[in-house]
Design a protein around this ligand. Structure first.
Ligand code: ZN
Length: 407
């Protein structure tokens, strides 16, 4: 493909039967005209560009046999038909064929001119657009909306595009963004898959200008998923000149695959702690909203509330000491009351509650992933999915909403 502006004179002649002069008749007829016009336009433009190249010495193609890239003669401008998928419909192009003046071998140049791989029938651009449409709404709705605009692209093609584009998407940490992230999982409602045990795991990175980007995603029911997710980013974590701060809502098995390889500081999501504690209080049979229940929850809310923008080290130290004491007292209270589950939970969380503030790492100690889950989770509830299928559509959605993917 050579970049050079060319003027195309399009003089097409079309004959159409139109039933009446009503708006809908004319519009319907135009939609029928569209594919023909598109085909004609592609053909004409390709021939014009090819003519131009044939006249000049420099070619965008070389002979596949002898490597000659200057001397060719036309074989045909309307050769064997080939089909290519546009966003509207399939179009049939008559291939352009040239002959090498040096060795006499013939070759088609249509796809070279189109900047497409040989034999490929669906351009990447079409795939990406279809994948995005199919990831943003259901396949049935995609097909319906398309048909209103005169498209003739079926659900299967859209589905396939989502799968192809999604499966090729790779997420990892960006060394230009913050050395800070969150790892979280959520039960995912996948239609067609038994709900039990399937979890969408997402690793996000905080961006310098605020907001988040996705650095890893997987769907699985085992912790091996996390290993795969982190593996890709290990080198990036090493490239930061400070420890990586990873926030989580408590599933520490997440980090087993990182141990010993990189320096990672763990911060429990403080927002989650009082909520998770409610579950353990329930397990300990503490009556909801009872005096005892309220005491534990309210104390935890206070302990977990971190006032931002405190930049005096002495104040921070005093604040931490006070919070730690309060937490110890609360655990003591739980022990006395016989709340064994709640006490064990707090004991476990204690280590990683104040990591960020202790290390004077600014930033939020509450999770941003909640919202992300709400955003991406919806799509897999529509249509029937395999595990891989649901992951692929989720990846395309994540990439669109968080990583700037656009078609
Ligand atoms: Zn040749």
């Amino acid at each position: 493909m050579i970049k050079k502006d060319i003027t195309i004179d399009l003089n097409c002649q079309f004959s159409l039967q139109i039933q009446s002069s009503s708006f809908s008749s004319i519009f319907k007829a135009f939609l029928q005209l569209l594919p023909q016009l598109l085909e004609e336009f592609f053909q004409k433009t390709l021939v014009s560009f090819a003519e131009n190249e044939m006249k000049s010495t420099r070619k965008s193609f070389a002979c596949k046999c002898c490597g000659n890239d200057t001397e060719f003669k036309w074989k045909t401008r309307h050769g064997k038909a080939t089909c290519i998928l546009t966003l509207f419909c399939w179009i049939t192009l008559r291939q352009l064929q040239v002959e090498c003046k040096r060795c006499g071998s013939k070759q088609y140049i249509t796809r070279t001119l189109l900047d497409m791989e040989s034999k490929k029938r669906v351009p990447d651009e079409t795939r990406r657009k279809l994948a995005l449409i199919g990831a943003l709404t259901s396949f049935r709705v995609s097909e319906k909306i398309g048909s209103m605009f005169g498209w003739a692209i079926n659900k299967m093609t859209i589905w396939k595009s989502v799968q192809l584009i999604g499966s090729k998407m790779e997420f990892m940490l960006d060394s230009n963004e913050q050395p800070r992230g969150e790892a979280d999982g959520t039960g995912i409602g996948i239609k067609g898959i038994a709900k039990r045990g399937k979890e969408l795991k997402v690793f996000v990175q905080h961006k310098k200008g605020g907001g988040i980007r996705v650095a890893g995603a997987d769907i699985g029911n085992y912790n091996g998923s996390w290993k795969n997710i982190f593996q890709k980013s290990i080198e990036v974590i090493k490239s930061f000149n400070c420890p990586f701060l990873l926030m989580t809502d408590g599933d520490t098995s997440i980090f087993n695959s990182l141990k010993g390889k990189v320096e990672v500081l763990i911060q429990r999501c403080l927002w989650h702690i009082p909520y998770q504690a409610k579950y353990f209080l329930w397990k300990d049979s503490v009556k909801r909203k009872s005096k005892e229940w309220l005491h534990v929850v309210a104390e935890l809310m206070e302990i977990c509330a971190i006032r931002p923008l405190v930049d005096c080290q002495e104040t921070i130290d005093a604040m931490l000491e006070s919070k730690r004491n309060r937490l110890e007292k609360l655990m003591d209270y739980c022990r006395k009351q016989g709340y064994t589950h709640t006490k064990a939970y707090l004991e476990n969380a204690r280590e990683d509650m104040f990591t960020a503030i202790e290390n004077r790492l600014e930033g939020k100690t509450t999770s941003k992933v909640e919202r992300l889950f709400r955003t991406v989770n919806m799509r897999s509830k529509v249509s029937k999915w395999s595990k891989q299928g649901a992951l692929n559509v989720t990846k395309v959605r994540l990439a669109y909403y968080y990583n700037g993917f656009d078609a």
